[in-house]
Design a protein around this ligand. Structure first.
Ligand code: CTP
Ligand code: MG
Length: 555
């Protein structure tokens, strides 16, 4: 067995070991994954889910001889890949080549002695590895490589950004630091697969699949895992004998509504995780929400998880975003930048409330990229035109069809740099007529608002839903003010002077809460013209006069 090689992408990027900045020569210049990501969304999902089924997680002692652990495991089958990470101690994720290796391992491992606690005898794929004689086994040839599962702090990111040579490079650095690593993706799918083990106790045909940012290419290290219980494969194998005069079907419990069935299933699985799931803590059932769910912390993987029942439309929006994320290098770089910027300025928040969500922000970036000239990404209607028979999806009366084969989508002719796109994003939304217009990704057009919510973003599939219904007027105004201030900072700054003065410039300057910068120059700007600008901008917003708004941002 080979010792751990660098992960496909996790380690190849800029060092994550600390704030130490890398020389400019190593700066990423594009989203390296766009050129390699050619698989369809469902191909990736199937591959990852299968991989997770062949995977176990082992808690290890801090002094570990990697070779010995792998040697021990290989007696149960070939280890296809593995990595170590820190989470309440050292852990190893082990992917076997064959699923049968797990059964072999499970047969060989013991049950903990129950001297102090009574154990629930559920045999999972989570193990603890200990050394019988730690002293004699301590000799380790090289220290364990631990794969990072969280991103660097913003202040370390800012230091790195200051050494880049363009805003575009800064944005790709941010993307490389924040995006999910190969290892983190494996861990996310494993968390789903472990929950599936419980669901299968009741529903042997069910699967648990991740959706949302874990799979839509916009996931950030540290973000929650959204997962759903899927019964759609359950009926697939039923072969009805067409010519037979007989028919057989299951007797099943009938309930008055789908919602009630969802609530009952989630309630039982939630109890199961709470009572018997190793490391499943803080299990909260939120069954009365529009989309009922069970929230829990999964300590072995370190993820906060949201479990719901098959939500086909949410999966379609995950796939749509996956497609957009794969189309062009600039898409993910801009989304990660805007999300990070929004978080720093308190526009988004992990607690639910009237804040803009990351999902809404992502949709706003997509809409902006549809509005560039020429467009960088196609509209949903255009993607629908490219769909073939296999891409047809009608869900609950809504047509959710769009092309799944990335190769059928023509690359854009737009060559604009991210330096320009970032300013244009802030200008576009800084001047958007939110009072009158809504954001419609299906048409790629600004459309009259159908109702009075401050921010209206059409759900691309359920056309009568506003995905940003939660956003209130003050939060929207804060977003507009921050966008204008950011456009102003980017346009006015003197990069060369700021670099000489060792002041944050470009994206780095935008990631310091306005008014809290160490740079005296920026402080003055915020105290003086900046706050005035914000005030006048807010006033102009009330007037809702597009022309006067443009003057205020200094155009
Ligand atoms: N979703 C939706 N409509 C909403 C909110 C969410 O359709 N109003 C769906 C989207 O498919 C979204 C998924 O539910 O991707 C998960 O929602 P959420 O966790 O809020 O967003 P993420 O995209 O996962 O972003 P984050 O990284 O912030 O978790
Ligand atoms: Mg999420």
């Amino acid at each position: 067995l080979r010792l751990p090689g660098p992960g496909a992408r996790g380690h190849a990027r800029l060092g994550r070991s600390g704030a130490a900045a890398q020389p400019a020569a190593e700066e990423p210049r594009e989203d390296a994954e766009v050129s390699t990501r050619k698989k369809t969304f469902s191909e990736v999902q199937t591959e990852r889910l299968d991989q997770a089924e062949r995977t176990v997680l082992i808690k290890c002692p801090s002094k570990l001889n990697e070779k010995k652990l792998l040697q021990y495991l290989s007696s149960h089958g070939n280890v296809k890949s593995h990595f170590f990470f820190e989470n309440r101690g050292i852990n190893a994720l082990i992917e076997f080549s064959e699923k049968s290796s797990i059964a072999s391992l499970q047969d060989a491992v013991g049950i903990p002695s129950a001297s102090e606690h009574h154990v629930v005898p559920f045999k999972s794929r989570l193990f603890t590895f200990t050394l019988k004689n730690p002293v004699s086994q301590r000799i380790e040839d090289s220290p364990l490589h631990l794969s990072p599962q969280c991103h660097i702090p913003v202040k370390d990111l800012i230091e790195k950004l200051c050494l880049a040579d363009s805003i575009s490079s800064q944005m790709y650095i941010l993307l490389n630091e924040y995006q999910l690593t190969e290892e983190n993706i494996k861990l996310r799918f494993l968390a789903c697969s472990l929950v599936r083990d419980f669901a299968c106790a009741y529903f042997p045909d069910s699967t648990v699949k991740p959706f949302g940012s874990s799979v839509n290419t916009f996931g950030k290290l540290g973000s929650d895992v959204d997962m759903f219980l899927d019964f759609s494969d359950a009926g697939k194998h039923a072969t009805k004998l067409k010519k037979s005069p007989f028919e057989m079907e299951y007797q099943m419990k009938r309930l008055p509504s789908e919602r009630l069935a969802t609530q009952r299933i989630l309630s039982v699985i939630g109890d199961c995780l709470d009572n018997f799931g190793p490391g499943c803590v803080n299990v909260q059932k939120i069954l009365n929400a529009r989309c009922p769910l069970v929230k829990f912390s999964h300590q072995p993987t370190g993820f906060q998880c949201d479990l719901s029942v098959s939500n086909s439309i949410a999966i379609r929006s995950s796939e749509l975003l996956y497609i957009y994320g794969c189309l062009d290098s600039r898409v993910r770089a801009l989304v990660f930048t805007i999300r990070c910027w929004a978080r720093v300025h308190g526009l988004t928040n992990s607690a639910p409330g009237a804040w803009i969500t990351n999902f809404s922000l992502t949709m706003m970036v997509m809409f902006f990229l549809q509005r560039t000239s020429p467009p960088i990404i196609p509209t949903l209607d255009q993607l629908k035109e490219l769909a073939d028979e296999n891409d047809k999806h009608i869900i609950g009366g809504y047509d959710c069809s769009f092309v799944s084969d990335l190769r059928k989508i023509k690359p854009t002719k737009n060559k604009e740099t991210l330096d320009v796109l970032l300013v244009e994003f802030f200008e576009y939304f800084g001047n958007f007529d939110f009072r009158k217009n809504s954001i419609n990704l299906r048409k790629g057009k600004e459309v009259n608002k159908p109702e009075s919510s401050p921010l209206y973003i059409w759900n691309p599939f359920e056309q009568d839903l506003n995905i940003s219904k939660n956003v209130n007027q003050p939060q929207l105004e804060k977003f507009i003010a921050m966008a204008r201030e950011s456009a102003w900072i980017l346009q006015k700054e003197d990069k060369t002077q700021q670099m000489i003065d060792k002041e944050p410039w470009g994206l780095a300057a935008l990631l310091i809460p306005f008014g809290k910068s160490n740079s005296s120059k920026m402080k003055n700007r915020m105290k003086g013209i900046g706050s005035e600008t914000i005030r006048s901008l807010l006033d102009s917003l009330k007037l809702n006069n597009a022309n006067s708004q443009q003057k205020a941002v200094g155009k």
